[in-house]
Design a protein around this ligand. Structure first.
Ligand code: GUN
Length: 293
């Protein structure tokens, strides 16, 4: 039987409406407009596009967006100085530093200079450290992993006790999503480029999260019948038959895997729209917390 398609666009739309309503309420009842500052260093076109998408999504639901672009050659002190200013600005409730940073900058120190209570991306070393430890709670959870968990929950996956396999160990997705699955009491296996016999490890999974950045790597015979498959991949591949000469595919061979899985996210249209939605949610949470702070 073909898998249930987990519609990230529809889930994101519904959540953004709820977040927008709450933003309006916060404004009406408390006179607070949630504010998100984006910090972009350098001119990578993909990063510029992501930041623009985040800013637009904020404005659409009533969150104020403050955009900061620094030149590629900015020094560590300049970047940290800006972040410290933003951390002290009461109109700004969330700060997002777009990654990757230029290579001469120390990413850990930059992320560590974000005020903990404004770390809406969840990448501050203390928030990541808390996520990695039992019984500790980060103030914020990174947006893409958070979105993966929401999709699993909305699709009705039983996470507790499930065998979860995560393909990929990146700081942005693979590692934090593994921690979230562990917190939700799954039995978690993390695979990476040195893992042996990926297909047989993946076949054990009741929940499979693919976040490796390899187009259509996960094939139909890698997947256990009935599994929940979350495809985080977004890869541009050449396609002479497409109007633009390319198309976007995930890390999962969707057409094959949908015949085996119980539920699956498409890519595009699965995890992608959830990442920004969770950023909006984290920014709203930061603004709500500022009321009691
Ligand atoms: N670069 C790729 N993904 C992300 C993300 O979720 N947040 C930030 N800040 N940068 C990214």
């Amino acid at each position: 039987m073909a898998a249930k398609i987990i519609d990230g666009n529809a889930i994101a739309k519904e959540m953004r409406q709820e977040i927008g309503a709450e933003v309006e309420r916060l404004n009406k009842e408390h006179g607070i407009t949630p504010g998100l500052a984006t910090v972009l260093v350098g001119e990578r076109p993909a990063s510029q596009m992501y930041v623009r998408m985040k800013q637009r999504a904020c404005e659409k639901i009533g969150i104020r967006s403050f955009g900061y672009s620094l030149p590629e050659g900015s020094t560590q002190e300049e970047v940290e100085g800006l972040i410290r200013e933003l951390s002290a600005n009461p109109e700004i409730h969330g700060i997002l530093v777009q990654l990757p940073l230029p290579r001469h900058l120390d990413e850990e120190r930059v992320l560590g200079s974000v005020a903990l209570e404004k770390d809406v991306d969840g990448f501050h070393p203390i928030n990541i450290g808390r996520l990695a430890m039992k019984g500790r709670e980060p103030l914020f959870v990174p947006c893409t992993p958070y979105g993966c968990m929401v999709l699993l929950e909305k699709a009705g996956a039983q996470i507790e006790g499930a065998e979860a396999v995560v393909l990929g160990r990146s700081n942005i997705v693979g590692l934090p999503v593994s921690m979230l699955l562990l917190h939700a009491n799954a039995t978690v296996t993390i695979c990476h480029s040195r893992s042996k016999d990926l297909p047989s490890i993946c076949r054990r999974a009741d929940i499979l999260v693919a976040a490796v950045g390899r187009p259509e790597m996960v094939k139909g015979d890698w997947v256990k019948p009935g599994a929940y498959v979350i495809d985080v991949g977004s890869n541009k591949v050449e396609d002479p038959t497409a109007e633009k000469g390319y198309r976007w595919v995930g890390d999962v061979a969707f057409d094959e895997v949908k015949e085996v899985a119980g539920a699956i996210t498409p890519s595009p249209g699965g995890v992608g729209p959830m990442t920004i939605t969770m950023l909006l949610k984290n920014t709203l949470t930061a603004a709500q917390r500022s009321l009691s702070g």
